[in-house]
Ligand binder design. Structure first.
Ligand code: ADP
Ligand code: MG
Length: 479
């Protein structure tokens, strides 16, 4: 068996035991690099994927590998960078694991609904132009609380016009309704490229109706929706008190529904709570499946943060992410907003995110009433370090070396790293010039210091160990 076939067999065993979203996220671009002396070496694209596989899936991977080759005793991970699918003979395309699922449901639908084929690609482009490709069902993190809405969307995407029609998803702002709605659209277009998918916000629909009435273009307006196969309407609470729009929507809804077309709706409240909405519409909304999105629990919030870091390609100390997930409890959008601010700060100042810096951001953005787990004013009892000598002291103590060694000429790794970290911290926290820092390190050239700082910044992008070191050191320094 080739290495690639071996890894495919392992993945096939793992697939049923791991949630699809996780499976795709963490096993994309992985490969088996070698099996020698009972050690399986798995190639992974990023240091982040490595940590995650180590933490969460190591045992499962070992068990699956053992079933195929009982001589395997342990698993190790090696960061290989992105494995291009075409260029690398070892790379496995994880999406191919889900092709079968898709094909099965395509056939089912064809039998049921007689999907029309060969619609002009041109108008398809027009009707789906507002869907954001970024939203997919696989990058929606599924926790115990939002399993149902996600599963319903999956069912709809696999079989549009099936039993979940209409699908009605509701929940307060920023919990992922638009994400799921557009993901359904993307997924349907992927599974059934011939279907016409239309996404529209209720607000836009109202504008179109008003516009059509004003220009006496009502029949053109109706035509626009006639050949839609999947109708996605966002924020239907907006129809409240808009009577003529409600009527028009009612007709469109009925026509599509009677034609077995899929309808998915989102709203900020349950159908029964939609005041100022026609009773007939309310009852239509509740005819299929009604499901609520709620604020994800702590674990899911944490998983969302990990996933977004993966998408942004950055590393943040897991402890700091826990701190964010604990403190930002309003919505996923706010969680994402805080993370984006953290990333912006990191990139702007070439700094690692620490509990303190993140606590500052949360406070500045006013995203938590009271910050749990960090005392900003008291800096958790630490005095802020203010001089180069103090920084060297803390770094030396952390790495178990002496300040003399840090300043000295020894090029052994055990002192090179603390030296490099000290230079980086002095530059970053005190803003000293490279020349001045060089003087403090036994008269070293400023280019040496510059190089050490740049190298640290680079390493912080991929080296979780160093990220954790710097967090611990900065915490000691009250930063
Ligand atoms: P809503 O429409 O409910 O107000 P959105 O769909 O706009 O909320 O979601 C806000 C942001 O949060 C989006 O960027 C979305 O991708 C993200 N988001 C929400 N829930 C999740 C989740 N479970 N997994 C990943 N991202 C999520
Ligand atoms: Mg929305």
């Amino acid at each position: 068996m080739s290495q690639k076939d071996f890894w495919i067999s392992v993945l096939k065993r793992l697939k049923p035991t791991i949630k699809k979203a996780n499976f795709i996220t963490w096993f994309q671009n992985t490969t088996a690099l070698s099996v020698e002396n009972g050690v399986l070496v798995v190639g992974v694209p990023t240091a982040f994927a490595k940590t995650w596989l180590l933490d969460k899936f190591s045992l499962k991977i070992l068990q699956a590998a053992k079933e195929i080759d009982p001589s395997i005793e342990s698993v190790e991970y090696e960061v290989k960078g992105k494995l291009s699918e075409k260029g690398n003979a070892l790379a496995v395309n994880i999406n191919s694991f889900f092709v079968d699922d898709g094909v099965k449901s395509v056939r089912k639908v064809k039998n049921l609904n007689e999907v029309k084929v060969g619609k002009g690609a041109g108008d398809k482009k027009i009707v789906s132009q507002m869907i954001n490709r970024r939203y997919s069902l696989s990058n929606f993190v599924v926790g115990s609380d939002n399993r149902l809405p996600h599963a319903a969307c999956q069912a709809v995407a696999g079989m549009p016009g099936g039993i979940y029609n209409p699908l009605y998803i509701y929940g307060t702002v920023g919990l992922g309704k638009t994400h799921l709605l557009q993901a359904v659209g993307n997924e349907i277009l992927k599974n059934f490229p011939d279907l016409v998918v239309k996404y529209i916000t209720a607000e836009r629909f109202v504008t179109e109706v008003v516009d059509a009435i004003g220009k006496r273009h009502m029949s053109q307006f109706k035509d626009r929706y006639r050949n839609v196969d999947c109708f996605l309407v966002d924020d239907v609470q907006f129809f409240a008190r808009k009577n003529s729009s409600q009527q028009e929507f009612f007709h469109t809804f009925n026509e599509l529904y009677d034609g077995n077309k899929q309808i998915v709706l989102t709203s900020d409240r349950a159908p029964s709570e939609l005041d100022d909405l026609d009773e007939r519409l309310k009852s239509r909304f509740s005819m299929g499946m009604v499901t609520e999105l709620v604020l994800p629990d702590f674990e899911t919030r944490l998983a969302i943060l990990h996933q977004k870091c993966g998408e942004y390609g950055i590393i943040i100390d897991p402890e700091v992410l826990c701190f964010v997930a604990t403190n930002v409890q309003t919505s996923v959008r706010e969680l994402e907003g805080v993370l984006k601010q953290i990333v912006a700060d990191m990139q702007l100042f070439d700094r690692v995110a620490t509990m303190r810096s993140v606590a500052d951001i949360i406070k500045r953005m006013n995203k938590a009433q009271k910050i749990i787990g960090y005392d900003i004013e008291g800096r958790n009892g630490k005095i802020v370090v203010r001089s180069a000598a103090e920084i060297m002291d803390v770094v030396a103590e952390y790495y178990g070396v002496t300040v003399d060694q840090i300043v000295g000429k020894d090029r052994h790794r055990s002192v090179m790293l603390p030296r490099q970290v000290s230079m980086y911290l002095i530059k970053n926290e005190l803003g000293d010039s490279y020349e001045k820092i060089g003087m403090g390190f036994g008269g070293r050239n400023h280019t040496t210091v510059l190089h050490a700082c740049n190298k640290t910044v680079d390493m912080l992008k991929t080296d979780l160990r160093l990220v954790r070191d710097l967090n611990a050191i900065k915490r000691e320094m009250g930063l």
